[in-house]
Design a protein around this ligand. Structure first.
Ligand code: KIV
Ligand code: NA
Length: 288
C-alpha cells in the first residue's frame, strides 16, 4: 500500500469522513500509531514535555526534535507524517524558517508536511503575523504546511498561559476565524484548531474548503488530533480537559516492572529451561 497523500486526505474530507491524527514521538509510538492505521501521524513538539520531560515546548532544540522525527519515520506504515516547526527554528528570518522546513522534510521521505503555529492579532490593521508570512513562503515553495491556530503552546507567554482562545472576546474569535481563512488563502492544506470554542471551530470549518483538525475544538471539525501519551495514559497526573484517556499505560507499566522485580527477588524469573541457553555436554566436560 502506498503512503497516504494530501489528495487522499482531501478525498476523505470531501466525502465528510472524519480525519484521524495522533502524535508520535519515537519508533515505538510511531509503530503503534501506524499499526492502528491513523490517517496522519504528527511528530508534535509536545514531545518536549510528554517524552523528554521539559517544562515547555520552547525548551527543545531543532536538533533534538529532528532525532525524534527520524525515529518516528522509521516506523513502517502508510500514515501521512507531519513534523512540527519547533520554537526557535524559524522566528529570526523567513530564510531561517525555510531552511528549517526543508531540513525537516529531508529527515525522511516520509515527512509530508510541516506544521507551524500562527498567531491571530485581534487588531485587523495590525502587522500581519510573521508565521502567516512564513506559511505563505513555504507553500509558495512547494512545502506543504498545516497551520496551527487558537491555543499555540509555543506562544504560551504571549497568550498569558495555556487557555482556551476566542471564548471571552468576539474580536478574538473573529481574529482566529480570519487567520484560518488567511491560512487557506496562502495555501495551507489543513489547519489545526486548538482550544477554540466548538461553535467557533464549527463556523470556521463551514467557511473553509481545507480540512480543520481539532483538539479541544469540539466535534464539528473535519478531523481530530490527540496527544498519544494522553490517549494512552503514559504519564501520571491529571490530563487537560481537551484530552480523553483510553488506556492506563503508566499504571500498567509500573505494575509489570514491579512483577518482574518480585519474580527476580523470589527466583521465579528467569527459568533456566525457558530463558537460558544450554552448553553441549562434551563442551561442559571439557570446560570442567
Ligand atoms: O505538539 C503537538 O502535539 C501538537 C498537537 C497538540 C496539535 O501540536
Ligand atoms: Na505542537
Amino acid at each position: 500500500v502506498n503512503q497516504i497523500t494530501i489528495a487522499d486526505l482531501f478525498a476523505k474530507h470531501v466525502s465528510k469522513q472524519p480525519i484521524t491524527m495522533i502524535t508520535a514521538y519515537d519508533y515505538i509510538t510511531g509503530t503503534w500509531a501506524q499499526a492502528a492505521e491513523c490517517d496522519m501521524v504528527l511528530v508534535g513538539d509536545s514531545l518536549a514535555m510528554c517524552a523528554l520531560g521539559y517544562n515547555s515546548t520552547t525548551e527543545i532544540s531543532l536538533q533534538e526534535f529532528k532525532y525524534h522525527v527520524a525515529a518516528v519515520c522509521r516506523a513502517p506504515g502508510t500514515a501521512f507524517v507531519v513534523a512540527d516547526m519547533p520554537f526557535g527554528s524559524f522566528e529570526s528570518s523567513l530564510e531561517k524558517g525555510i531552511e528549517t522546513a526543508v531540513s525537516l522534510m529531508q529527515v525522511s521521505s516520509k515527512v509530508g508536511a510541516v506544521k507551524l503555529e500562527v498567531g491571530s492579532s485581534s487588531n485587523p490593521n495590525g502587522l500581519r503575523d510573521y508565521s502567516l508570512r512564513l506559511a505563505e513562503e513555504l507553500c509558495s515553495r512547494g512545502i506543504p504546511v498545516v497551520g496551527h491556530i487558537g491555543l499555540t503552546p509555543q506562544r504560551v507567554h504571549a497568550l498569558s498561559g495555556y487557555k482556551a482562545q476566542g471564548g471571552a472576546d468576539a474580536r478574538r474569535a473573529e481574529a482566529i476565524h480570519r487567520t484560518a481563512q488567511e491560512l487557506e488563502r496562502v495555501g495551507c492544506f489543513s489547519v489545526v484548531l486548538e482550544c477554540v470554542p466548538h461553535k467557533v471551530s464549527e463556523t470556521i470549518t463551514r467557511n473553509l474548503n481545507i480540512p480543520t483538525i481539532g483538539i479541544g475544538a469540539g466535534k464539528n471539525t473535519s478531523g481530530q488530533v490527540l496527544v498519544q501519551s494522553d490517549l494512552l495514559g503514559m504519564l501520571p497526573g491529571k490530563l487537560p480537559r481537551l484530552a480523553k484517556q483510553y488506556g492506563h499505560l503508566y499504571e500498567d507499566s509500573v505494575r509489570c516492572i514491579r512483577t518482574y522485580m518480585d519474580e527476580v527477588t523470589t527466583g521465579k524469573f528467569p527459568e533456566n529451561e525457558k530463558h537460558g541457553f544450554r552448553i553441549k555436554e562434551t563442551v561442559w566436560l571439557e570446560y570442567l
